[in-house]
Write a protein of this length. Structure first.
Length: 522
């Protein structure tokens, strides 16, 4: 069998592995982040438009993706989980195609394997699944592949591929604005390596502008262009300014995340980058480096270094690792070949061990076979902590949502003052305000503009509470996380106007785990 045939067989086996993993991945319940996205999507499906009736700082494609797949699954969590699985699988395929077109069949097989290992073993997880970065990966790979095809082609095909690259990037930005680094990188690649650079850049730029313009016209047409700008652009800036990690903490987080995702594979990344720098005049090699550099700048510029931020690095890193695994260019090629093989094998073994431990903890197989109940299954999904001091507990959210359904009717509004709109989603009860989470109302402002905007948002919040008085108010305790240093119940007390309104109209009732229910006085 030729390398080409062998590489396609390997790709088919990788795709089959992802499909098989869906048995254990699709039933996984939503955690906090997926709960936010699902609530936003549910609002959109009910014609409560994002940014108009629901505040969020990510782009519309994330919530639209959730809406499409929640519609498919009739609200069940397997819908967005399927979207996640398809995005990871598509990324592996696109990485393979990129490396096949840019290099050769051997590197294509290696690159697809190096992408598949962390995407399957590390990110088949409740905490890091269904994130914006998950759905950005295949779009980024498609944009990079199209840019390369444009540089390689001539005539109308070159212009067409440049336009496709720009169009893909325009929608990538509508997941997260941080994708702008890849826009800059691919524009620079076309400018440096395209034979007809002016024509290619014109097509690239026009398609990029058209894609962004589509969404701008949509939101302006709905009369919420200002809100879109404030929430997705301004608030993201405030978000970056606050809660930055110290240099030491950031370095530890970076080291930990690279170790979790790539393990000994970082040796191959370093070797691939060194080799690529020596051959940077070759368009394919240069594009791999540019793509990796843009992804690294994207994650480092977000300052907090959550593990799911690493997703955008995986596709270009896989290509660079494939370059590094090739012995060509090394003085002791045979020795490097064995060292690279040992690093790759060790990484694969460690990664599959990680996957096995994750699935052992989740007990999805036991749940599907009826060995544990759904309540016992949900109880597996909680963040570590002592006693009640856990930032998230899927079982507690489900119990609280069930209690909300008992105490309210479908037309009632329920305010959850915390970072838990998952309760609103599970209970199918809308929040009375666009501020379904308290973070925009309670983040520490780091500038005069941020302080003014927060005062404005607090005024809107209070006005919406008066216009749509909630049947229940739920205060969250012990929800301290990387974004919020104080729990939401403490933040509610510091928000004097809200606290006075709450005590005037509501009385404290029962408490379920970390959720304190307040009921109307009359």
């Amino acid at each position: 069998m030729t390398w080409r045939g062998f590489s396609f067989l390997g790709l088919a086996l990788l795709v089959a592995a992802f499909a098989a993993s869906g048995v254990l991945f699709l039933p996984i319940p939503f955690t906090r982040d997926q709960g936010i996205y699902s609530y936003m999507a549910w609002c959109w499906l009910g014609e409560w438009w994002p940014y108009q009736y629901a505040f969020e700082h990510k782009g519309p494609w994330l919530y639209l993706t959730y809406a499409i797949f929640l519609k498919l699954s009739k609200g069940a969590n397997w819908g967005p989980n399927l979207a996640d699985l398809l995005a990871r699988t598509a990324t592996v395929i696109l990485v393979f195609l990129f490396a096949l077109r840019a290099f050769d069949a051997r590197k294509a097989l290696l690159a697809s394997l190096f992408a598949a290992v962390p995407l399957l073993c590390v990110f088949s997880s409740c905490w890091w699944g269904g994130q914006a970065e998950t759905f950005m990966m295949p779009l980024a790979a498609a944009a990079a592949l199209s840019a390369f095809e444009s540089a390689k082609a001539s005539g109308k095909r070159a212009v067409l591929f440049a336009a496709v690259s720009g169009a893909a990037l325009s929608q990538l930005l509508m997941f997260k604005p941080s994708a702008a680094w890849l826009v800059i990188g691919l524009a620079g690649f076309l400018a440096a390596y395209h034979k007809r650079r002016l024509r290619a850049l014109a097509a690239f730029s026009l398609a990029l502008a058209a894609g962004i313009g589509f969404w701008s016209i949509y939101f302006l047409g709905r009369g919420i262009g200002r809100e879109f700008f404030e929430y997705v652009i301004l608030f993201n800036w405030f978000h970056l300014q606050g809660g930055k990690l110290s240099a030491a903490t950031f370095a530890r987080a970076a080291g930990r995340n690279f170790a979790v995702v790539f393990g000994p594979g970082v040796i191959l990344i370093a070797a691939g980058a060194w080799t690529a720098l020596r051959k940077r005049t070759e368009p394919a090699v240069a594009l791999a480096l540019i793509w990796l550099a843009a992804a690294l700048v994207e994650i480092f510029s977000q300052t907090r270094f959550f593990l799911y931020h690493m997703l955008v690095v995986i596709p270009p890193a896989a290509v660079v690792m494939a370059i590094g695994a090739d012995a060509a260019g090394f003085r002791r090629a045979r020795a490097w070949k064995w060292a690279a093989a040992l690093a790759a094998i060790t990484w694969v073994v460690i990664s599959f061990r990680f996957y096995a431990l994750t699935q052992t903890h989740y007990q999805t197989a036991g749940y599907l076979r009826g060995k544990i109940s759904y309540a016992q299954y949900l109880a597996r999904f909680q963040e570590p902590g002592k006693g009640l001091k856990k930032d998230f507990n899927a079982y507690a959210d489900a119990v609280a949502a069930n209690r909300v359904r008992q105490l309210t009717t479908p037309g009632d509004y329920v305010l959850v003052f915390g970072y838990e709109p998952l309760i609103n989603y599970l209970a199918a009860r809308r929040a009375p305000s666009r501020f379904h989470s308290d973070y925009p109302l309670s983040f520490p402002p780091k500038s005069a503009l941020a302080a003014r905007m927060q005062i404005k948002w607090r005024d809107i919040f209070l006005a919406e509470l008066k216009a749509r008085k909630p049947k229940l108010v739920i205060l969250a305790h012990n929800d301290i996380n990387a974004l919020e240093p104080a729990d939401s119940s403490d933040q509610a007390r510091r928000f004097k106007d809200f606290w006075d309104w709450l005590n005037l109209n509501y009385r404290q009732g029962e408490r379920i785990e970390d959720f304190e229910f307040w009921e109307q006085k009359n």
